[in-house]
Design a binder for this molecule. Structure first.
Ligand code: GDP
Length: 480
């Protein structure tokens, strides 16, 4: 009644390292080739948001069943898009403008509800889902909880302002998440804008747009004048085709919580994005550690729905409490199952809080264990420095520390104090934060403490190199 970690990962179509990590968080140290018992495997499977069905004793022997979808079951689903970019470059305006292009909404005449995400139907019937919380903080916060929601990022760059610090940050967040990017050069209605300047600035950050021979789509738009929105949507759908996005609608629903709140009249309300399966009114769901029967389901036009298929964001009512954004939800067959999963998740949450309260050593301890066990092939670093020269020098120095077995990857290197966004990025990618002659904001420190992200302070470059080298060898002592 056992299964190897690798086999379990294969059956869930998950990465081996992710399963090792999940086990590690549960206090089980196992390498890919080691076997774990069926009960432990079941907990892991639930953690990954899948359902477990032990059909017979023979089945238990094989571990789990019914996890992987076959090719025939997989049908195309709409892309899920997040809009990122520098402040004031037009993210909100673009989200509003795109929303107005919805042909289905026009017919139905519903009233716009801001539920955290919306779906538009374009001419011809294809659909696109937009996450309505602009900015990379939300994007990375979700990723930090293990949720991969976004299929692609639309990077908004104001033509009159060009690439700015948060544009660069957004590029790094998208790259760290391995999500393709489409550039929307906004405000082209303004006098004397220079698209070539924007293109060259992007080039300096390794974003090569098509007109310069690269493969990043670039679409000039105006959010306020509603120019080229159709072209942007076309571009998104083209990218979606390349990504070959599919999901099986014929199974119990699974997905991610996008937003949630406690509503005075309606009780706990959560906006969830269905990612696999079909969610139905009356379904029993577990969202994070909360559970309940879906009493009502509403779309972004406030219309009541009976069903929601993959990539559709819906507001659900009926949960016992308010789950956090980024947590997964899954429809289950009965109440005892719902309780079981919810209790396991609550236990895990308590363990995590206890661990974080002990010391901010989560990421590092985790990373060290995996490097030492040969499970981790990469040490990721976020660098913040007081001056550009130091940031660059650190980037070069750190990259040189890569070895065959373990690579050093600088996710983001910039000038300025450490912000919550840096911590989110580090958390999402299991990175450490190197602070070179800079400090962290109070909020960032608090978040790092809570999430177990390691911030290391330095003022001498070779000391950074020294520590990261030790990390690469799996031999650095955690900060107490
Ligand atoms: P965000 O901070 O990125 O969400 O930016 P906003 O959407 O709030 O836009 C910032 C400012 O730029 C607002 O005053 C908008 O009216 C203006 N703006 C946004 N898009 C355009 C555009 O396409 N053309 C022009 N001229 N102004 C725009």
């Amino acid at each position: 009644e056992a299964i190897t970690v690798q086999e379990l990962a294969n059956r869930m179509a998950a990465r081996g390292g992710e399963v090792v990590k999940a086990l590690f968080r549960m206090g089980v140290m196992a390498t890919l080739t080691q076997t774990i018992d069926a009960d432990t495997a079941e907990l892991v499977v639930n953690e990954f948001g899948h359902r477990v069905r032990r059909v017979s004793e023979a089945d238990v022997e094989q571990g789990l069943e019914g996890v992987v979808d076959t090719d025939e079951e997989l049908l195309p689903r709409p892309p899920v898009v997040t809009i990122m970019g520098h402040v004031d470059h037009g993210k909100t305006s673009l989200l509003d403008a795109l929303r107005k292009t919805d042909v289905a909404g026009r017919e139905a005449g519903g009233i716009t509800q801001h539920i955290g995400a919306y779906q538009v139907t374009v001419e011809g019937g294809q659909k696109v889902t937009f996450i309505d919380t602009p900015g990379h903080a939300a994007f990375t916060a979700m990723r930090a909880r293990g949720a991969s929601v976004t299929d692609m990022v639309v990077l908004v760059v104001a033509a009159d302002d060009g690439v700015m610090p948060q544009t660069i940050e957004a590029i790094h967040h998208a790259k760290a998440a391995n999500v393709p990017l489409i550039v929307a050069v906004n405000k082209i209605d303004k006098e004397g804008v220079n698209l070539d300047r924007v293109r060259n600035e992007l080039l300096q950050h390794e974003i090569v747009v098509e007109s310069l021979g690269g493969d990043t789509m670039e679409i000039p738009v105006s959010a306020t004048k509603a120019m080229n929105l159709d072209k942007l949507l076309e571009g998104i759908l083209l990218q979606a085709e390349v990504l070959d996005l599919k999901a099986n609608p014929m199974r119990a629903a699974e997905g991610t919580v996008i937003e949630s709140k406690l509503d005075k009249g309606r009780g706990p309300v959560a906006t969830v994005l269905v990612q696999r399966g079909t969610l139905r009114q009356g379904d029993l769901v577990v969202a994070g550690a909360e559970w309940g029967r879906v009493r009502a389901m509403l779309d972004d036009k406030g219309r009541q729905l009976k069903e929601a298929d993959p990539s559709l964001p819906v507001e659900i009512l009926g949960l016992s409490g308010v789950p956090s954004a980024g947590e997964t939800f899954v429809a289950v067959e009965n109440e005892s199952r719902a309780r079981e999963i919810s209790e396991f998740r609550q236990r895990k949450l308590r363990d995590k809080q206890a661990a974080a309260a002990g010391a901010a050593r989560g990421t590092l301890a985790d990373m060290m264990a995996r490097v030492a066990a040969g499970e981790q092939k990469e040490v990721a670093v976020v660098v913040k420095a007081d001056v550009q020269g130091s940031a660059e020098a650190l980037g070069v120095t750190l990259n040189k520390l890569s070895r065959d077995e373990v690579k050093v990857r600088v996710l983001h290197s910039a000038v300025g104090q450490i912000t919550e966004s840096d911590i989110q990025l580090a958390k999402a990618s299991n990175a450490i934060v190197v602070a070179f002659n800079v400090r962290a904001t109070a909020q960032a420190r608090e978040l790092a403490q809570r999430e177990g992200v390691d911030i290391r302070y330095y003022s001498i470059i070779y000391e950074v190199a020294d520590d990261v080298e030790k990390l690469v060898r799996g031999k650095l002592a955690p900060v107490q």
